[in-house]
Design a protein around this ligand. Structure first.
Ligand code: GLA
Ligand code: ZN
Length: 680
């Protein structure tokens, strides 16, 4: 695989820095001077500037004042730094919110937001869009060709608010959206199955957004509403980009969020140049590793939505967040561990929220590089500076792709449909958790993994896993069939292949259509178990516990690898393997407690030839991931345990930090990490 261009031609280095809000300190110029000194000491090089600066830039309607940004961009530039310049639209000025009430969101009960807070504007409001366009255009005109500015940070965490907007503008737009999609009422009614409860739509004007005060039982409607909301955000973002593009062709990014489903990021990614995300794990909360696996899953997701292009870790806390219920400090070494983890999976940055701790308000106790004491004499500052020195040695990795032979399917579309489904374990389906548990099987073995969605090309992977693939389009069914027929290995689980893109059940038996041939089975019933229930499955001569879901399948050509031991379906198949064309399809009919997946994937990895680019034996709790420039592999070893770990390798490697060439035993200190350069 070829290297990608650096995110900015102007600055082909690992970015290290974070959100900088000097507008909170303009009355104390000595603080800003001190920031410049400290930034050098912290080995940071890139600041996200202006994220919530709208009132500073437009204190009165139509009156613009860019002096603060002029000053800050110049200062940072002179100090050797670079800027990701934000559009300020994440938070609206109070004067604007008061003067134009229609820009404030309305919730599903019809209440309009008050003037404050952030992110709570109506993204379909023509006035908000007009105001956005004007401020963005002016920013682009003024700074679009400034050498200190390396790219654009669009707004902030789109859709990170209490509600989405249900105002009359949005409702009217939704009706237009539905009309354009279905063309005729007959088509709409068939697609939404509205004969149910006499909800037939007899006039387009009768369509209302779903609401817990109104219609929440028509799944085609709720699904289309979620699509509409997501599309509205994407459309709003596109209008932000259009304003910038009047004067600047520098890359644009939007900071996305972990496991966030209000926006279909696969769609959003089509319009940004670079993906970036904000990572705030619950460090040290769980030792089983699901938390770090989930973070790794997200790193892979944000790389994959841009076709494997390096992404940016846009925010992380250098110490603790403040909005978790319990805000535990990152232990020594963990800032480096988390930062390098992202880099190992394709990030070309480690950025923080934020540079300097706020003096007041809700974020005053959120971790930052510089704390309220204000000097470089803190543990956190030293850890940041030390990671900065490390990142300065990783220029060779900038732009390097991740080579993966395995992929895991994840899409908000599937999540949306599954969330609506009444049945199964209704409120606790654990879709994402299930995906991450399967994904972790590769992570624990040091196997690079991509994430794929409905539109992705599967053909380059040896193995594709799609747990709980509830909603399948006709195109996806064809793609899976072709993939397996051409030699791929495809694995799915319970609650798969059940509904189409309108959330209507497939007739003729599950899984849908020809998936029954691909998997060689028919799924007759799904048993959902109470929390204290369990069954047993025999597989490979061992017995495993089955919890939550047991499907009652009939093999139709598939080889039965495992069967239930108890209850009225004892003897029925629980794990099936089907040879189809040149490939194989596996179906796991039950949820296990962990051991089964470990043993099952041991077999899959051996059979399909999946390999880690770490040539050696990993220790428990140590993650290995890699990037490559085609000539060298850059292999990262990351110890997630608060204990020393020893691993062994037969590879001859160069330690990217010390420059030493070594082989054999590698000792990793508690939470320790190493970056190795290995000839391919
Ligand atoms: C989000 C926001 C930031 C800040 C951090 C705090 O990620 O983008 O502005 O509020 O959370 O963790
Ligand atoms: Zn609205």
């Amino acid at each position: 695989m070829k290297k990608f261009q650096p995110i900015s031609e102007l600055y082909p280095h690992m970015l290290h820095g974070g959100d900088y809000n000097p507008d909170q300190w303009l009355h104390m110029p000595e603080i800003i001077e001190e920031d410049m000194r400290l930034m050098k000491l912290a080995h940071v090089n890139t600041m996200s500037l202006g994220i919530f600066s709208w009132t500073q830039l437009e204190p009165e309607e139509g009156v613009y004042n860019f002096s603060y940004l002029d000053m800050m961009i110049e200062k940072i530039g002179k100090n050797g730094g670079k800027v990701l310049l934000a559009t300020p639209t994440g938070s609206k000025p109070l004067w604007m919110a008061r003067k134009y009430p229609e820009i404030r969101m309305v919730d599903q009960r019809g209440y309009r937001e008050m003037t404050g807070r952030r992110h709570n504007h109506c993204y379909n409001s023509p006035i908000y869009r007009e105001k956005t366009y004007e401020i963005n255009r002016r920013l682009a005109q003024r700074y679009g060709n400034n050498d200190t500015v390396i790219g654009w940070h669009l707004s902030n965490e789109y859709a990170n608010c209490r509600t989405v907007c249900y105002c009359q503008t949005c409702q009217a737009k939704f009706r237009e959206y539905v009309k354009a999609k279905y063309k005729t009422l007959d088509n709409l009614n068939q697609s939404w199955c509205t004969a149910f409860w006499s909800h037939t739509v007899t006039d387009w004007d009768l369509i209302e957004a779903p609401s817990d005060m109104g219609e929440d039982s028509v799944h085609g409607l709720t699904l289309d509403w979620k699509r509409f909301v997501s599309d509205s955000y994407v459309d709003y973002m596109k209008s932000e980009i259009a304003a910038i593009r009047e004067f600047s062709d520098k890359p644009v990014t939007a900071n996305l969020m972990r496991n966030f489903t209000r926006i279909d990021y696969w769609e959003m990614a089509k319009h940004i140049d670079v993906a970036s995300w904000d990572s705030y794990p619950y460090w040290h909360r769980d030792d089983a590793g699901i938390e770090h696996a989930d973070v790794c899953f997200n790193n892979d997701f944000f790389r994959s939505i841009k076709g494997g292009k390096p992404f940016l870790l846009m925010e992380s806390t250098p110490s603790m967040p403040n909005w978790h219920d319990i805000n535990k400090l990152k232990r020594p070494g963990v800032n480096r561990l988390g930062g390098l983890q992202s880099v190992s999976q394709g990030s070309d940055s480690v950025q923080y929220f934020q540079w300097r701790m706020a003096r007041g308000n809700v974020e005053k106790f959120h971790g930052a590089v510089v704390n309220h004491e204000g000097s470089e004499n803190s543990r956190v500052f030293r850890e940041v500076a030390s990671l900065g020195e490390t990142l300065e040695k990783l220029d060779a990795i900038v732009g390097c792709p991740v080579e993966s032979d395995a992929a895991v399917f994840y899409s908000a579309e599937n999540q949306w449909a599954l969330a609506d489904a009444q049945g199964f374990n209704r409120h606790n389906k654990k879709h994402l958790e299930t995906i991450v548990r399967h994904y972790k099987q590769f992570l624990d073995r040091g196997i690079n993994t991509d994430i794929v969605g409905y539109e992705s090309d599967f053909s380059k992977y040896k193995v594709v896993i799609a747990p709980m693939l509830y909603s399948v389009s006709d195109e996806l069914i064809d793609k899976i069939e072709q993939y397996v027929a051409n030699g791929g290995t495809f694995i799915t689980t319970y609650i798969s292949g059940m509904v189409d893109k309108n959330d209507l059940c497939y007739l003729g038996g599950f899984p849908a259509g020809k998936l029954k041939d691909v998997f060689g089975l028919w799924n007759e019933e799904i048993d959902s178990l109470y929390p204290n229930d369990s069954n047993k499955v025999e597989f490979g001569g061992k017995e495993y516990k089955a919890i939550d879901y047991c499907e009652l399948l009939h093999a139709r050509g598939a080889k039965v690898l495992g069967s239930y031991k108890e209850d009225f379906y004892a003897g029925m198949p629980a794990v099936l393997e089907n040879s189809y064309g040149k490939g194989k399809a596996y179906y796991i009919a039950f949820r296990d407690t962990g051991d089964f997946l470990t043993d099952f994937y041991e077999g899959i990895v051996a059979e399909s030839g999946l390999k880690s680019s770490f040539n050696g034996t990993l220790a428990e709790g140590v993650v290995a991931r890699s990037r490559t420039d085609g000539e060298f592999d850059y292999v990262f070893l990351l110890n997630y345990r608060n204990e020393e770990r020893t691993v062994n390798t037969s590879a001859v490697y160069t330690d990217m930090e010390t420059g030493e060439t070594r082989t054999g035993e590698i000792k990793l200190c508690p939470f320790g990490s190493i970056v190795m350069k290995i000839k391919k």
